[in-house]
Write a protein that binds this ligand. Structure first.
Ligand code: G3P
Ligand code: CA
Length: 290
């Protein structure tokens, strides 16, 4: 089948329709105050990429959550940043002979036994690594929105289609969610391109800073360019804004990871559309004062 026909068929199966980038991003841009995204949940205040982290962010009044998705040995999607379980769980203690403790080498049942909270604070002892399904249910329950990162896609062939299936099964590819509650991003341009091909209605973002000369090519498959804040200046943001994305709107910029007031004000001055932060409360306060 022709690639375009495959994309249309898959999008239809997923219940997708073509929509522009999220209304909240547009609204934030209209008042020239960047959207603030809670990085891995409010991860300065609760263990990253866990259900308590998104609960914490919701309690602080934030709606947009960023997370990282990877895959277990037996094919379950889980929410975790590193490709190893070592830093954010007690895997070394529970499975001492299994170095280097890669996510892809453990089953979902094994990962479900791990404590993903004690490393952060005893107050979070017993917190688990959530499956993507569990995570999506909590995000929905909290009325939150999701900036979902497909992490290390080169390790997990087919993870784009699998992620879209979970999102579709949990109701996240309907008109209401697509219109303003979901962005899928990756450091891999191939992965972002694949998401756009499979589900053209999904708002996508490329993590990185392509050369200005390459922006038009990226605009074939991504709605946003999300660079590290240290790699940009106002002229780069302006160059991105001049390019029209796959949904007929100007490309947006969400920058990361900004955790202090001075840098928050600096990047707001560059006219970014969003700021991704471990300390979203600090960024919010800085933007109010500016
Ligand atoms: O969303 C931006 C940010 O999450 C990218 O870096 O390493 O924290 O996943 P990282
Ligand atoms: Ca991330």
């Amino acid at each position: 089948m022709h690639a375009r026909a495959v994309a249309v068929t898959t999008a239809a199966l997923l219940g997708a329709t073509v929509l522009s980038p999220t209304s909240e991003v547009r609204a934030a841009a209209a008042v020239e105050r960047p959207l603030v995204v809670a990085h891995r949940g409010a991860c300065a205040y609760a263990p990253e990429n866990t259900l308590p982290a998104v609960d914490k962010a919701a309690g602080m009044g934030f709606s947009w959550m960023e997370n990282d998705v990877q895959r277990t040995k037996d094919g379950e999607l889980v929410v975790l940043h590193d490709d190893s379980l070592r830093r954010t769980t007690d895997v070394e203690k529970v499975f001492p002979g299994r170095a280097p403790w890669k996510v892809k080498d453990f089953t979902a049942a094994e990962i479900a036994r791990l404590d993903a909270g004690s490393w952060f604070s005893p107050a979070y002892a017993g917190t688990r690594v959530p499956t993507l399904d569990q995570y999506m249910r909590r995000i929905e329950h909290n009325h939150e929105k999701l900036l979902l990162e497909i992490k290390n896609p080169e390790l997990y062939p087919g993870i784009e289609q699998q992620t879209l299936k979970v999102l579709g099964r949990d109701g996240w590819l309907d008109h209401r969610h697509l219109a303003g509650r979901l962005i899928v991003q990756s450091f891999s341009a191939d992965s972002v391109r694949t998401v756009h091909r499979l589900a053209p209605a999904v708002t996508t973002a490329f993590l990185g800073r392509p050369a200005t000369a390459d922006l038009k090519r990226y605009a074939g498959f991504t709605d946003m360019i999300n660079p590290s804040y240290g790699t940009i200046r106002a002229d780069y943001v302006s160059a991105v804004h001049k390019v029209t994305g796959p949904h007929g709107k100007r490309l947006k910029v969400l920058t990361w990871t900004v955790d202090d007031a001075a840098h928050a004000r600096t990047v707001a001055g560059y006219r970014v559309d969003g700021i991704i932060s471990d300390r979203p409360d600090v960024v919010r306060a800085a933007l109010k004062d500016s």
